[in-house]
Design a protein around this ligand. Structure first.
Ligand code: NAD
Length: 326
């Protein structure tokens, strides 16, 4: 058939494994480059199994263990690829605060290696993960692409550099890049462990184990929580769009709706109780974490207009599947 060959960097991670799942279900050929620093090979197994659900043939992604800071590795693995979905990164803001040099190596040098390899291999499209972190100290009801703030972490700075270099590779060399600024992505297979785990998997595992859930601050902080399958939709739209106005550009990807931590807690409490029968106690409030941003919400006008993005999951619907998946 006319299956295309996709390279997914970071494909053994949370978002990456959902991209792999969707591509396999669609009958595409998939290669994953991942150093397994945060991702797990088991995620690729789960992705393949889920993709074959309902009678499809079980096919795995081709897995290459490797580090994107290794330029030769990038050049080698990209040969024969049509599309690149570049998700490999140090994904944690606090880790980047502790190890800014390592953040630079992985996120800046690693992404440049992938851009150079993509240019040399003349791939059809290079889609990469940016982050709402680039909005930095901007205060707004909803963040709009053209107006970003000062970076508050090495992670934010690294994603900003990625955006500039990707735009340069389009302007200077004609490589069709598209960057997506993810807000707070959630869903099955997101890592619940470690001090810097994201709030949703952390809370679900605490609730299921009968442990207390802690809320830093008064719980009225808000975030734009977006279900991972909607994020995959945006990634594939970015990879396949023929709208030239999208090339070299960056797009917010979120629901375009703010949810407070208190609202999130209430939905999760109900969901965990009804799915497991565990009695979930109320949250324990702690001090605000210094540096925490009060509100973060995406303006999704641009991604809807240029890429045709339409999220299919409310926060509640996504949480139902997420709780079931742990
Ligand atoms: P994740 O940690 O689950 O996935 C990242 C993957 O990259 C992991 O499998 C890890 O092993 C791999 N990796 C890390 N360093 C590597 C290296 N040097 N070489 C090769 N592979 C390497 O995180 P995720 O949540 O799936 O995030 C994917 C992307 O989306 C990242 O770029 C992240 O910065 C971005 N992002 C995520 C969110 C979110 O809410 N999850 C929000 C904004 C941006």
């Amino acid at each position: 058939g006319n299956a295309q060959h996709w390279l997914v960097t970071g494909g053994a991670g949370f978002i990456g494994s959902h991209v792999v799942e969707r591509l396999l279900r669609w009958g595409q050929r998939v290669t994953v480059l991942d150093d397994l620093s945060a991702g797990r090979k088991e995620n690729l197994q789960l992705a393949a199994t889920a993709a074959a659900e309902g009678g499809g043939t079980l096919r795995m992604a081709h897995f290459v263990e490797g580090d994107i800071t290794d330029e030769q590795k990038c050049l080698h693995v990209i040969q024969g690829m049509d599309y690149v979905i570049h998700l490999a990164a140090m994904g944690s803001v606090p880790t980047s605060m502790e190890k800014p040099d390592q953040c630079h190596d992985t996120n800046v040098t690693g992404t440049l290696n992938m851009l150079l390899a993509a240019k040399k291999a003349a791939v059809k499209r290079f889609v990469f993960a940016s982050s709402s972190a680039v909005y930095g100290d901007i205060v707004a009801d909803a963040k709009v692409e053209r107006n970003i703030g000062r970076p508050l972490s090495p992670y934010a700075a690294s994603k900003h550099v990625n955006e500039i270099e990707a735009q340069c590779f389009f302007m200077a060399y004609g490589l069709q890049t598209v960057g997506l600024r993810f807000f707070n992505v959630f869903g099955p297979r997101q890592n619940p462990n470690g001090a810097y785990a994201a709030v949703i998997p952390q809370w679900i595992s605490a609730m299921k184990a009968g442990r207390n859930v802690f809320i830093n601050g008064d719980g009225e902080n808000t975030r734009d929580f977006c279900f991972v399958r909607d994020v995959v939709q945006a990634l594939l739209l970015a990879a396949t769009t023929e709208n030239e106005a999208a090339y070299g550009e960056v797009f917010n990807v979120g629901l375009g709706k703010a949810t407070s931590l208190n609202e999130l807690f209430a939905v999760l409490q109900t969901e965990v109780q009804s799915q497991t029968g565990v009695e979930v106690p109320g949250p324990v409030f702690r001090e605000f974490r210094p540096g925490d941003i009060r509100h973060s919400c995406a303006d999704v006008t641009k991604v809807k207009e240029l890429l045709g993005f339409e999220p299919e999951y409310t926060v509640a619907k996504g949480l139902k599947e997420t709780v079931a998946g742990y």
